[in-house]
Design a protein around this ligand. Sequence first.
Ligand code: AMP
Ligand code: ZN
Length: 149
Amino acid sequence: MTTINPSECIFCRILNGRAPGSFVYQDDFTAAFMDIRQPVPYRVLVVPRAHVETVYDLDAAQAEALFRTTVQVARAVKAASGCEGLNLFQNNGPLAGQDVPHVHMHILPRYPGDALQPSLKSFAQAMGLPMPDRAELDRMAAELRASLA
Ligand code: AMP
Ligand code: ZN
């Protein structure tokens, strides 16, 4: 699903050389470039070349290529930055915090004492969220299993 014209998409513009980008990696299917915001150094974005809005819209080959490139670039980020941890994440839709509607993997190195948001895990722990019982976990797993193609 595409809700914007790719010619208006900032990531398509970067990929086509019509907006500035600091490229880390490029192949026929994917590219990686520096995030314009660097709350910590070596923050990188990995994208499919095609204008695909969210992960739901990726075909299998695009999904494989995106993750393969992400893993390669993550290794390079780890080696270059000397980070002590690294978040890989991406957002789908405005409610999930997606600002740029071209699917992208964030590579976010973590350093001792950085001031970034805690992970979802520590957020949940800090909120004291109860763990659902096993029956509820089994029910959700069965529902998801049934909806897998
Ligand atoms: P999201 O909020 O998940 O859609 O992430 C969008 C990301 O794209 C943010 O981390 C922005 O800093 C980054 N970004 C936006 N515009 C540019 C740009 N022109 N070049 C590089 N990164 C960008
Ligand atoms: Zn795009």
